[in-house]
Design a protein around this ligand. Structure first.
Ligand code: ADP
Ligand code: MG
Length: 479
């Protein structure tokens, strides 16, 4: 029997606000434990939460970016459960009326596009953190993270393979970072994923029983965890068993998922509207204001790059991976005013390679877009060859000087004077009579040898097209 996986993701995105969602305490990462949790975050009796407008703004921005309905009225609810890192005994979340309704996101995979439904996105507060290291037989609690604003983004069960799930996750990550609503830092937990997985016989329209894999925090692990879970469920079903609806944990070291607890149902949480918070009412003017702040989105820019610059889809994808990278590329095209494909190649290969080797982000690049454009203009107008340009680029990277200065200083101008090239060719043919004879007797692959000699004699500066043409002429001429 053939099986079809069905996957839906719940992704928690930490919003980039300076203070918490219901208090004025700082959200900065890495402070000593419990120095950034105030009475409200601790749930002290008599304190009242006050909603942070910045968090709402970021949630609405996300909603507009995925073309979702923005709820004009949404409600905060208490989700009740006990855990040591949750001193209030409940988490403030949204349940029946989330701020962001149905939307969608398009993923690209193996040259095809697929639209993935977004069910909802709601605002909620994060809990604290349990610390197990440094405490012998005890658990420490750090409440700095308590009250940090999160946007939980729930997808429809539209994903059909681990690869699609990862493509969706990456697309969502790209979008929230692009919008500036999250730093997306996965090591610090700013972007965490719960994966819901089930399988069904191919052709079946009803969904199978799902399990939920909690808190997987890397793209690679999400893919592996889902893959493992699919295989496990198939094995259970094929040996006559049934899949138990439960929450599982992924163990990266053993590359397997393990049961954590039976799946809780919504009614276990005794959700009810938080009496301390008024319903959140969002006006048209607020929404319009956020809409005006929206940048061009990655998907739109991707299509524009293909149409406007004639880029291949793959190149457009790479060059729109991040906003700073795509901005850089467009600045190069604008300044260089030469073939966009040449610009694309240089940004993707030479520049990105150098940045990678140096471990630098593009906004710290020692070679600015304007400087790179200056170099590409010299390739386009024939002053230097593409090969010499690579040398110049390295010199630019190290020295901070511009291309024209370096070409002048190092005498790297291409030799295009036919007379000068001819003279060098004559000398080389004269110095290598044996090879000339062999070539003329039919050993044509010696042509490369002659080209090499000319390039060596000119330190790579002779115009390659001219060298080829003149060499052919002379060698065939029998002179
Ligand atoms: P809960 O609130 O219990 O987590 P939801 O109905 O909100 O459950 O669904 C949570 C996630 O599970 C969503 O992303 C949804 O797409 C996904 N999901 C629901 N049913 C299935 C299923 N049978 N197989 C795989 N994923 C599912
Ligand atoms: Mg859930």
């Amino acid at each position: 029997m053939e099986w079809e996986p069905v996957i839906g993701l719940e992704i928690h995105v930490q919003l980039l606000t300076r203070s918490k969602i219901f208090s004025g305490a700082s959200t900065a990462y890495g402070a000593p434990p419990n120095t950034q949790a105030c009475a409200i975050d601790l749930g002290m009796p008599g304190t009242l939460p006050v909603l942070n407008e910045a968090a709402v703004r970021l949630a609405v921005k996300f909603g507009l970016a995925v073309e979702a309905e923005i709820a004009r009225r949404s409600v905060f609810a208490r989700k009740n459960y006990f855990y040591p890192d949750l001193p209030k005994g409940y988490q403030i979340s949204q349940y029946e009326l989330p701020v962001v309704g149905k939307g969608h996101l398009t993923i690209h995979l193996d040259g095809r596009e697929k639209r993935i439904g977004i069910t909802r996105a709601h605002l909620e507060e994060d809990a604290g953190k349990s610390l197990h290291e440094d405490f012998h037989g005890l658990t420490g609690i750090d409440l700095n993270r308590a009250g940090t604003p999160l946007l939980e983004i729930v997808s429809e069960p539209d994903l059909r393979s681990p690869e699609e799930a990862v493509a969706y996750m990456k697309k969502l990550h790209q979008l929230v970072v692009w919008l500036g609503i999250s730093d997306g830092n996965m090591q610090e937990g700013s972007f965490r994923c719960d994966a819901n997985v089930s399988v069904r016989p191919k052709g079946e329209t009803k969904f199978g029983t799902r399990t939920e894999i909690k808190n997987v925090n890397s793209f690679r692990f999400v893919e592996r965890a889902i893959q493992f879970e699919i295989e496990r469920q198939i094995q259970v079903l094929e040996s006559g068993g049934t899949v138990v609806q439960e929450t599982r944990l992924y163990d990266a070291e053993r590359d397997e998922t393990r049961p954590m607890r039976t799946k809780e149902e919504a009614f276990d949480y005794r959700y009810f509207p938080d009496p301390d918070l008024l319903p959140l009412v969002i006006g048209e003017d607020f929404i319009e204001q956020v809409r005006r702040e929206l940048p061009e989105l990655p998907e739109a820019r991707y299509h524009r790059f293909i149409e406007q610059y004639g880029l291949k889809p793959y190149d457009a994808e790479v060059l729109t991976a991040t906003r700073p990278l795509s901005d850089y590329f467009e600045a190069v095209v604008r300044e260089a005013a030469c073939d966009p494909k040449l610009c694309a190649n240089w940004v993707m290969v030479e520049l990105s390679g150098a940045l990678n080797r140096a471990g630098l982000e593009i906004d710290r690049s020692p070679v600015s877009a304007e400087r790179l454009a200056g170099l590409l203009r010299r390739i386009a107008d024939g002053t230097i060859s593409g090969k010499i340009a690579k040398q110049v680029f390295e010199l630019m990277w190290d020295s901070g000087k511009d291309a024209d200065t370096l070409i002048e200083e190092k005498g790297l101008k291409q030799i295009t004077d036919a007379g000068a090239i001819e003279k060098i060719i004559d000398e080389i043919l004269e110095a290598n009579p044996k090879q000339v004879a062999q070539y003329r007797a039919g050993k044509e692959k010696l042509f490369g040898f002659f080209v090499g000699q000319v390039m060596k004699a000119t330190q790579g500066k002779a115009n390659p097209q001219q060298v080829n043409a003149l060499l052919k002429e002379k060698l065939q001429g029998g002179g």
